[in-house]
Design a protein around this ligand. Structure first.
Ligand code: ADP
Length: 489
């Protein structure tokens, strides 16, 4: 049988290879940690050679579990987005360390562009804001500060790419391509443009010739080079991690929304074929591109989610393990008027206040561990409620919310989300939705499943549902306390 799907999941902290059966059942995986380099405050780098070596090693470890390369129908790749690799097309070697999405070193260049009045135009054209998070300014920084990168650009041998692009180059033995979802995180692609935009490349000072060709996310996208796995395996799925998770949660119709609660929280709503134009400082991004046809998503991110629980655990010692927040929250009828605004590293969407700081209001002598733990979990629903309002104001009201990520294991939080949002919250039994989404794209792209919708239907697995059950007076009381606390942040 040759219909296993091999997914390479290139995260920020680890690289994994995961094997799925054609019905989405998870079969096996291998994982290796990635070295994080922090050369200065605010800088984060990865070694691209290490990423490739470990991705290959993980793939070689799981392929025998399928019965060999002959049993792998297709490969799907999903990756940490926005991280930039620079390599030489002739040697295939990295020219410098990769600059990771979290890296803030290009803030001065972003401030300069904002100061020159480019932000509105940038958001209209690319869906993004002028923030160091995105890839374009990282490329420019390498050109300005790494002589080897500039020299390769002058010789015409420079290749820039995000992580999936780097892996495609190594896996295929020289294809220089990027998928549309990753390309839409660079500031160099117009949301409606098929290829990188020459004018945007000029504005950022990035040579167009150093950029990959933008391709589909599902279909015959490439083949592994001879000699790598003993057989040329088709690569038929590519997607940035949040897009992959959205697909893995089967959010394939307009309005369908997923929220991933990990360290931070990422919410994406399917926007259909209409190019998103947020009036509420949400991002517009490519969700899928298949046979050249795109669908889009609106994206909002909250900086502090699970990391608030980590803070309760590691700095305050209120719990020993994160999951204890659930029994503490359940042990009392309410938070006793305590409200936490988790702006420990500023506020993300839709507020975008980098200099805001956290606030705890309503403390009394009756406040104990349970009230603080409950208020911390309640803050997730409050933050998500603010996003829901911003999405609705942009014309994309949520019908249900599909949740995943480490924190989604908390049943109390899942029920509170349903109560505060007033909609059904769904949680899949298999929470590795990012890898599953890449497997769905690859299965559809290889013809193992007829199309992406069928792949999602067949591979999604079972769900737990949480139905709203809170009276509106109580919801309004919570929101009014939250808004007051927010004003103080
Ligand atoms: P990431 O992918 O961002 O590293 P994960 O998806 O692994 O994060 O989620 C881990 C986060 O979720 C941690 O911050 C942890 O504190 C939090 N978390 C995990 N389980 C629970 C739980 N049962 N209740 C509350 N928070 C939890």
């Amino acid at each position: 049988m040759s219909d296993y799907i091999l997914v390479l999941d290139e995260g920020t902290t680890s690289t994994r290879a995961m094997l799925f059966a054609s019905d989405g059942v998870f079969v096996a995986s291998a994982q290796k940690e990635l070295t994080q380099h922090y050369p200065q405050s605010g800088w984060v780098e990865h070694d691209a050679a290490e990423i490739w070596d470990k991705a290959l090693a993980c793939a070689l470890e799981v392929i025998p579990k399928a019965g060999g390369a002959a049993c792998i129908a297709a490969i799907g790749i999903t990756n940490q987005r926005e991280t930039v690799v620079a390599w030489d097309k002739t040697t295939g070697e990295p020219l410098t360390r990769a600059i990771v999405w979290q890296d803030r070193r290009t803030e001065p260049f972003c401030a300069e562009l904002r100061g020159a009045g480019h932000e509105d135009d940038m958001q209209r054209r690319t869906g993004l804001l002028l923030d160091p998070y995105f890839s374009g300014t990282k490329m420019r920084w390498m050109l300005d500060n790494v002589p080897e990168v500039r020299a390769a650009a002058d010789k015409g041998t420079l290749a820039f790419g995000t992580i999936e692009s780097w892996l495609m180059f190594k896996l295929t033995g020289g294809d220089h391509v990027t998928d549309a979802s990753n390309a839409s995180r660079t500031l160099l692609l117009e949301l409606g443009g098929a290829q990188f935009d020459a004018g945007l490349c000029d504005l950022f000072g990035v040579p167009h010739s150093a950029l990959p060709r933008v391709i589909d996310m599902s279909g015959a996208l490439g083949e592994t080079a001879e000699g790598l796995f003993g057989r040329r395996i088709p690569i038929t799925g590519l997607a940035g991690d949040q897009q992959a998770a959205t697909i893995g949660q089967a959010c394939l119709a307009p309005g369908e929304t997923k929220a991933t609660y990990g360290t931070g929280a990422f919410v994406l709503t399917n926007q259909g074929i209409a190019i998103p134009r947020s009036e509420n400082r949400l991002l517009g991004t490519v969700l899928t591109q298949i046979e050249g046809e795109r669908t889009y998503a609106i994206e909002g991110s909250v900086f502090v989610a699970g990391s608030l629980v980590q803070w309760l655990r590691d700095s305050l010692g209120i719990v020993e393990v994160s999951s204890q927040t659930e029994e503490l929250a359940r042990s009392i009828p309410d938070s006793g008027g305590v409200t936490i605004v988790p702006a420990l590293s500023g506020l993300g969407a839709p507020h975008w206040k980098a200099d805001a700081r956290g606030v705890i209001t309503g403390l009394s002598f009756a406040t104990g561990k349970a009230q603080l733990a409950r208020a911390a979990l309640e803050a997730m629903a409050h933050q998500t409620h603010d996003l829901a309002e911003a999405f609705a104001a942009d014309g994309t009201a949520w019908e249900t919310l599909r949740i995943d990520g480490g924190m989604a294991a908390n049943d109390w939080m899942a029920q509170d989300l349903a109560d505060m949002l007033g909609i059904t919250v769904e949680r899949p039994a298999f929470v590795e939705t990012t890898a599953l989404g890449a497997a769905m794209l690859a299965a559809a792209g290889a013809g193992v499943q007829p199309d992406l919708a069928s792949a999602a239907e067949a591979m999604r697995g079972t769900l737990t549902r949480f139905e709203p059950d809170m009276d509106d007076a109580r919801r309004q009381e919570r929101l009014s306390r939250w808004r007051k606390a927010l004003a103080a942040a």
